[in-house]
Ligand binder design. Structure first.
Ligand SMILES: Cc1ncc(COP(=O)(O)O)c(C=O)c1O
Length: 360
């Protein structure tokens, strides 16, 4: 929020150079005018960028990872609003003021790469990963065609191939998702499509009441995904966990049988390896047996695991299960793969065609 507002300020100063009057009066800019505008501000813009990079390097990289500096200068929202001027304006501001904003934004933000930052999902600052992010931001491309992103398309292919090779999958596919919640929602969608392909054209009214199972300790994004996809949060059944936060397979089996006896259709069991609060691992093997008995899709949410070697352990467990079960039983894994909060969803070769059919 802070950043986007501050970026609005950067945009507003660019507007000034592009011909503020034209823009304020609502005249559209042609690409040629935009190019002309960016030439006009190139020298001062480059100078500004260099200064901003210096601040980032010093304050968001060096000081932010140094024990002698604070993790954050914490303030309650009302105090922060008083200290930081977040008002949106139609006028631009001088570069020294903007550089001051850059410093304030960094100073008042939480330094997730700090050695004393102990919240979830982050673990230090990886300078190489940061370099990659800076390059991709500067190039500002998209990933939709080879034509517009030749290097990144090949990179994506290679990362997915390597991730699949960890579990010995020779074929398959994958997708980078913007977070664990979207990964889980993709999982729900894939499982539903595999069971009821007509859903894509006919929509929900062609389907019976569908039911999802997940543990009491699973992430709330399963319910959120069920709401988004029209499955409904009442149709997400929470399975009991033991005192270590692990799903109890017997309770799962019991609940599946009950739902079936009511005429509803269970279609997915969403397990978690690394639950949000306890870090618990659901017992995949016992749960896989239940899924096999009822022909249910098994999803593993590995979002909390940001350590690649742990991810590989989960992949290996999953792949052992895949080899030992029936083809109609699917396993799918989502998880953070590398330290830049990238989420990967990988599929077996059985799932890949389903995935393509749903999304293409
Ligand atoms: C187990 C688990 N799954 C999913 C998520 C959702 O991830 P995101 O916040 O990236 O959407 C989290 C987040 O903490 C999580 O712990």
């Amino acid at each position: 929020m802070n950043l986007s507002r501050s970026l609005c300020r950067f945009v507003s100063i660019t507007r000034k150079h592009l011909g503020r009057n034209l823009l304020l009066k609502g005249f559209p800019l042609s690409p040629a005018m935009a190019r002309e505008g960016s030439t006009l501000q190139r020298d001062t813009g480059d100078e500004f960028l260099k200064e901003a990079f210096k601040i980032v390097m010093e304050e968001a990289v060096q000081n932010a990872t140094d024990r002698n500096h604070k993790v954050c200068e914490w303030m309650e929202p009302e105090d922060l609003k008083r200290v930081l001027d977040l008002n949106l304006r139609s006028e631009g501001e001088p570069q020294d003021v903007l550089l001051g904003y850059c410093k304030d934004i960094i100073r008042l933000s939480v330094k997730t790469g700090h050695p004393r930052f102990f919240n979830q999902q982050f673990s230090g600052l990886d300078r190489h990963a940061l370099t990659g992010r800076i390059i991709s931001e500067a190039l500002n491309t998209s990933q939709y065609t080879y034509e517009v992103a030749p290097v990144f398309v090949l990179m994506e292919d290679e990362v997915l191939r390597t991730m699949r090779s960890f579990v010995g999958w020779k074929a398959g596919d994958g997708i980078f998702c913007p977070g664990g919640s979207i990964s889980n929602m993709c999982a729900l969608n894939l499982a539903r499509f595999q069971r009821f392909p007509q859903c894509k054209e006919k929509g929900l009214h062609a389907l019976p009441r569908l039911v999802v199972f997940t543990s009491q300790e699973s992430h709330y994004s399963i319910q959120k995904g069920a709401a988004f996809l029209g499955i409904g949060t009442d149709n997400v059944i929470l399975v009991k966990t033991n005192d270590r936060g692990k799903m109890i397979p017997e309770d799962l089996d019991h609940k599946i049988q009950k739902v079936k006896s009511e005429g509803s259709v269970p279609f997915l069991v969403s397990t978690t390896c690394g639950t949000t609060v306890f870090g618990a691992f659901d017992p995949l093997e016992g749960i896989a047996d239940v899924c096999e008995r009822h022909s249910l899709w098994l999803h593993v949410d590995v979002s909390l695991i940001f350590n690649t070697s742990l991810l590989v352990i989960v992949y290996n467990m999953a792949s052992a299960l895949i080899k030992s079960v029936h083809v109609h039983y699917y396993i799918q894994i989502s998880g953070y793969a590398i330290p830049v909060l990238l989420i990967l969803l990988v599929f077996t070769k059985f799932v890949a065609p389903v995935f393509l059919d749903v999304f293409v």
